[in-house]
Design a protein. Sequence first.
Length: 368
Amino acid sequence: MRDISEKAFELEFEVYRDLTPEKREKKTFAANWLQPDGAVLTVVLKEIDEKRIPVYELLLRQWNPYIAEIYEVLRVTSDDRTKPYPYYAVIEYVCPKGSGEEGTLSLSQYIAKNGPLSEKQAMLLAIQICEGLKPVHRCGLIHRDIKPDNIMMACCFPDSLRVKIIDFGGGKQYNPYIIADTTVVGTVGFQAPESLSGNTTARTDVYSIGCLLIFMLTGHVPGVVKYNGSHELVSLIEKATFLDPFARYSSVDLMERWLRHILGERRMDRIPLLREMPGFRTAKAWKEILSVLGYLFILIAFIGTWGEDVKAAVLVLFLFTVPIIVIGNPGNLMRFLPKWCRQSAVRFVLIRSVLIFFGYIIISLLAS
């Protein structure tokens, strides 16, 4: 943090636009920042509380292509000691390429102008948001207010949309020893339930990203319109927005891997049937190797058991893989179970295990 006098602050920063959202006490401005070499850089000056200084100083020490860069944290001193000194974060002014307009453009404004995104575009932007939050979460920081207005468009070309996350003013360090947060932060429609009465974690941001996906795909706040698209994406959104935090993806890293799997970025993800089988729905090489060895062992065991009766071996192998593909895949299973089963991690895992168990009993009876 740098101390700067009021006079030096006025000489160094030329404020030209008030960006303060409605009903916000803390001010936000667009300003021209005079550099030591005489160059001028357009930035955002965001007034922050003293307790938010550690959050922004933590972000100072890292650069991420999907987060608006934090250049400095300032304390503006004055001769008047009766008033508290104001603090400002100097933040990157995200100006979108290819928008055809001057000034910033939020994801909310972009969708209002251009309509809902395609599934591929929405998933690619969700991946970028996950990429942006991964290093932040590793530092123990939770954003807590992921919403369309806090996602700024950095590139608006349809084939290369890019976004940056802003406004960590509601961010907090995760503390496993507290029962509930002392301040409620978030926006209705994108706010995880536990943020109202519990302790927020990385799963809180996962919930908001799931809600953000609904907004990108429908153009409406979650709850207004139901999205009916590919069952894999619908299942991903539902898992991300479970009311029970422990039923959601445990991290943005895991959610990102599932998004990439649905997109079919890897060749393995584009092979029918194989992409549905446990062990291949992951980017972990060691899991894929173990899965290959396991399935080869099963194949050899079937061939050895049934000998020359190839048709019977193929039939039993088919019956063996059906529970793995249909029941073992949470996305498929979610389509058939009622909502009260899906929204409880305990009930979902229990029902899934019971179905697989009885599935194999039936296969054994058929095989005998």
